[in-house]
Design a protein around this ligand. Structure first.
Ligand SMILES: *[C@@H]1O[C@H](CO)[C@@H](O)[C@H](O)[C@H]1NC(C)=O
Ligand SMILES: *[C@@H]1O[C@H](CO)[C@@H](O)[C@H](O)[C@H]1NC(C)=O
Ligand SMILES: *[C@@H]1O[C@H](CO)[C@@H](O)[C@H](O)[C@H]1NC(C)=O
Ligand SMILES: *[C@@H]1O[C@H](CO)[C@@H](O)[C@H](O)[C@H]1NC(C)=O
Ligand SMILES: *[C@@H]1O[C@H](CO)[C@@H](O)[C@H](O)[C@H]1NC(C)=O
Length: 617
């Protein structure tokens, strides 16, 4: 296509002026609001996650069923493996999405748990099931052991995985499937909890796989898993005595990571301790029913807020893209200031996490109706509200509502940073350049997409279920270290009963629309004379007849964003299959590669339009 002709024809003044100015990169999506971007990006992110899960994920052919591949990238860097940590965090989000009503995800959840039961039995360089093998950080995507050198063991995998599976087991219990929770899910969970009870007081590698020692992220995840494991065991009438005996000890140990002004992310290694490790741990242990408790580092606690400021401020001076940002506004966030991996760049998931923690805090202040500013948290509050003073503020006070508004704006700022440096295709890599924001390192990092989704939901006050913090925040007066020997038993899952299928409950509070306006976006670089069309399984998409395909528009096509798009009115509730096709001037048609794209148009109260982002394949 010819860009200058379209520019001359361009009917939207704002677009034309942007296209004509020096501001080339990322111009397009900046014209949408943050809400609009999050909506479209959220839809894209969920699909991008599924594309990275075996056996049918479009980008990870060959991966075993239920296996989450960290990224489709096979070189520079090679992330074509499954990490227990990443997979667990991703599935925690998918289970929450399932519980919120996306029932199509149930088979995936079953496949995940089945795959984890199998992985537990794969003997590997860390050991076998009963000799420490659960601490192995990563496996090949065909579920065989990875035997190369690596930072092992890593103790965060088992607690994170237990939490993901416990969340699903609790749904089973709540929906009358206690037997399935006890006989299918619990045996897998129990092995992971046995591991946590046995190894929480041993050193291992941190989540970045670099420091051997003790890590805040690992310890806080261990505490949560033991608490909710103990609660679930009581509901199921099974034993988790190590949950009861070890959880208070882990909480006691956890206190030692607090320096007085911030969290020390690791014991071991030679860094300042300021590390997104801590913010990731805090959002994992957010309990929507909790108060602003320091002991469990709840997001609205003084400790969490003080630490948030110290960690995020540590990136202000070291990234050129942050250099002109005033000190009361959000910045791009990486792992830790001393990072040299890929030259030490900001990460999408770190920047999303900085936003998410603040949305969690906002949720807690709003729920409890009060906000405390202490000596410890004062620097955080002064950063967003210059006249902040130590004190207790009730929801009816002026300061409370002003601070809520300022923190919301500040949190949105982090999402806007990530959004500014997300290409218009929607693809989220692992990192983006500290010099100019270009995506870097592994493409389509599954965890990046999960991090976008959790931040988006917390922003909308959609929160996960509680994990039991309310009865598990008392710290023993003296810390002791007497880990419990673990009992391990092979958990074999032969199948899942079909009776577990959720029964859609209450009628929607407002009538769902019958039609949905779907905007199809395809990022496709085209030559002069080429045009892009969409063709698919329904009449509105030409019933697979390329002659009857719907043309996409190119009036938003720019050098920095090869955007083709069309809006099509489609029946709500229908599953449509489709592909994009490219027609050249001489009438030749080129189809996208297999498989067909597939999307079920939601039939949901309030959903009358949506955007599907994609890139030519
Ligand atoms: C599993 O995958 C690895 C890495 O691709 C490969 O080396 C190995 O041969 C595969 N094993 C089996 C049993 O397929
Ligand atoms: C084990 O626990 C004790 C008591 O909390 C603590 O002092 C010690 O540092 C812990 N060691 C490790 C490696 O976790
Ligand atoms: C606070 O909670 C109320 C009801 O519980 C809700 O309607 C409102 O949107 C919440 N506000 C924020 C900022 O989360
Ligand atoms: C926060 O809110 C107040 C009152 O709405 C406003 O005047 C102020 O500029 C905001 N920002 C800071 C950094 O105080
Ligand atoms: C895509 O859909 C068409 C029409 O239903 C079908 O003929 C074709 O086999 C599908 N392709 C794949 C890879 O499933």
């Amino acid at each position: 296509m010819m860009y200058s002709v379209l520019k001359a024809l361009c009917a939207i003044p704002l677009l034309c002026s942007v296209a004509g100015s020096a501001k080339t990169s990322f111009a397009l999506q900046q014209e949408e609001t943050l809400d609009q971007w999050l909506e479209a990006e959220g839809t894209f992110a969920l699909q991008a996650i599924l594309d990275n899960i075996g056996p049918n994920g479009a980008k990870v052919r060959g991966a075993h069923a239920g296996i989450v591949v960290a990224s489709p990238s096979k070189s520079n860097p090679d992330y074509f493996y499954t990490w227990t940590r990443d997979a667990a965090l991703v599935f925690k989000q998918l289970v929450d999405t399932f519980i919120a009503g996306n029932y199509d995800l149930q088979d995936k959840i079953h496949e995940f748990i089945t795959a984890q039961a199998e992985l537990q039995t794969v003997s590997n360089p860390s050991g076998t099931l009963s000799t420490g093998g659960l601490g192995e950080p990563k496996f090949h995507v065909n579920q065989t052991a990875f035997t190369g050198d690596w930072g092992r063991p890593q103790h965060d995998g088992p607690p994170l995985r237990a939490t993901a599976m416990i969340t699903y087991a609790k749904w089973l219990v709540d929906n009358g499937h206690v037997d399935a929770a006890r006989s299918i899910v619990w045996p897998v969970v129990q092995n992971d909890l046995a591991y946590v009870g046995q190894y929480w007081n041993s050193t291992g590698f941190d989540l970045w796989e670099e420091v051997k020692g003790s890590s805040f992220f690992t310890a806080i995840a261990q505490h949560r898993a033991l608490v909710e494991g103990g609660n679930l065991a009581r509901q199921l009438g099974v034993d988790c005595s190590q949950c009861e005996s070890q959880a208070p000890q882990v909480l006691c140990f956890l206190q030692s990571f607090w320096s007085g002004t911030n969290i020390i992310a690791n014991f071991g290694g030679d860094r300042s301790g300021l590390d997104t490790n801590s913010i990731l741990g805090i959002i994992h242990n957010f309990d929507p029913e909790a108060d602003c408790d320091d002991n469990t580092f709840q997001p609205c606690s003084s400790r969490a807020l003080a630490n948030h400021k110290r960690v995020t401020d540590s990136f202000r001076s070291i990234y050129p893209i942050n250099s002109r940002i005033p000190s009361d506004q959000a910045v791009a966030v990486g792992r830790y200031a001393e990072d040299v991996y890929y030259g030490g760049q900001p990460w999408y998931l770190a920047t999303f996490a900085a936003a998410e923690m603040l949305y969690n805090a906002i949720y807690q202040w709003n729920r409890t109706g009060e906000m405390s500013i202490t000596d410890v948290s004062l620097p955080f509050f002064k950063g967003v509200y210059s006249s902040a003073q130590v004190g207790k503020y009730s929801a009816s006070s002026r300061a409370f509502s002003d601070i809520m508004a300022n923190v919301t704006k500040y949190a949105d700022g982090y999402l806007n940073i990530a959004r500014r440096y997300t290409p218009c295709s929607g693809a989220l890599a692992e990192q983006f350049s500290k010099a100019d924001g270009r995506p870097l390192s592994a493409s389509d990092l599954t965890w990046s997409y999960a991090a976008l989704l959790t931040a988006k939901e917390r922003r909308n006050a959609i929160v996960p279920g509680p994990w039991g913090q309310k009865s598990a925040h008392d710290v023993p007066t003296t810390c002791s270290a007497s880990p419990a020997p673990g009992r391990y038993q092979t958990a074999t899952i032969t199948g899942w009963p079909s009776t577990l299928t959720p029964v859609p409950t209450s009628p929607t509070p407002c009538p769902a629309p019958n039609r949905v306006k779907v905007t199809f976006q395809s990022i496709t670089e085209t030559k002069w004379g080429e045009n892009i069309f969409i063709v698919g399984s329904v009449a509105e998409l030409g019933s697979w007849n390329p002659e009857a395909a719907t043309p996409l528009r190119a009036d938003k096509y720019e050098d920095s964003c090869h955007m083709w798009y069309a809006q099509v009115d489609l029946p709500a509730g229908a599953r449509v299959e489709y592909k994009y096709i490219r027609k050249s001037g001489d009438g030749k048609v080129v189809w996208e590669s297999d498989p067909n794209r597939s999307y079920k148009i939601p039939k949901k109260c309030g959903v009358s339009s949506l955007t599907l982002k994609s890139s030519w394949r």
